[in-house]
Design a protein around this ligand. Structure first.
Ligand code: SF4
Length: 124
């Protein structure tokens, strides 16, 4: 590693800001101890890479959440915002990936949603 870094004494160069460092640290610690920012979750949480705070910000989702459907990542966010939280909440005419629509058509919005249950058990 020593070939990647250069050791240099910057003590004199940083004397001018030395006195401000404790207040910076206190401000950062206060921020970390404060409430979670009121920022909506969304596609920005996983693009261009997965945010390390996903577990904290994203609510626990039910096992039949609309996001468990095939190829519905962005669409699931829209559906969730529209109040369709689970597969069972989806109306028959909902627009989804063609493969999913074909599979769910007989099951959604009905008393007997056996197909949705079957799909969930298959861990889509
Ligand atoms: S998961 Fe990350 S990007 Fe998404 S709201 Fe939380 S902190 Fe922001």
């Amino acid at each position: 590693m020593s070939n990647l870094f250069v050791r240099s004494d910057v003590t004199e160069a940083t004397r001018g800001i030395e006195g401000r460092v404790p207040s910076w640290v206190e401000a950062e610690l206060a921020m970390l101890a404060g409430p979670i920012p009121d920022a909506p979750v969304g596609p920005h949480c996983s693009a261009p890479y997965e945010c390390p705070f996903m577990a904290r910000c994203w609510p626990a989702l039910p096992p039949d959440h609309v996001g468990t459907l095939y190829a519905t990542r962005r669409r699931a966010l829209e559906l969730n915002e529209q109040g369709y939280r689970t597969i069972h909440d989806l109306p028959v005419d909902v627009s989804l990936h063609p493969q999913v629509t074909g599979l769910l058509a007989p099951s959604v919005d009905s008393e007997s949603s056996w197909l949705a249950d079957w799909l969930l058990n298959k861990s889509l």
